[in-house]
Design a protein around this ligand. Sequence first.
Ligand SMILES: [Fe+2]
Ligand SMILES: [Fe+2]
Length: 169
Amino acid sequence: MARSDTMLRVDQAGEFGATRIYAGQLAVMGDRAPGAAEIRAMAAQEADHRARFDALIAARGVRPTALQPVWSAAGFALGAATALIGPEAAMACTAAIETEIDRHYSEQLEQLGDSDPELSAIIEEFRGDEREHKAAALAAGAERAPAYHLLTGAIRLGCRVAIGLSKRI
Ligand SMILES: [Fe+2]
Ligand SMILES: [Fe+2]
């Protein structure tokens, strides 16, 4: 499998996971909770990211990860769990995930160089959105979440494991 195909598979899995995290958070929080409007706005962008990777994965005939059902359940559970802790924990989840995704997309851009301009342009655009999500989450009080460092450390580790697995499976 070409390197950019592997990247595309991981990225599609990640954006799918992001939509599931926000679905879980919104299921718990409803519309009127603090932060719900911001989460809804981020969720809409993740849906767009996912749709664009879905289209590219189909156009290029790349096999999606077989772990999609796992990421669906795990993402939703992570979103619901963090929202149950509270709105700051929900934002801490976004801050943690986007820290890893920023790093992940930056690594990919470096590895791609100028070998796949179509994919690079999309990754660069999405990385900009993810950085905004992280900034919005911090501005909304992510760091006031209980056990912020423990919570975000665990989520970041889970995110890295998910990335590693989606490359292979
Ligand atoms: Fe995204
Ligand atoms: Fe995001």
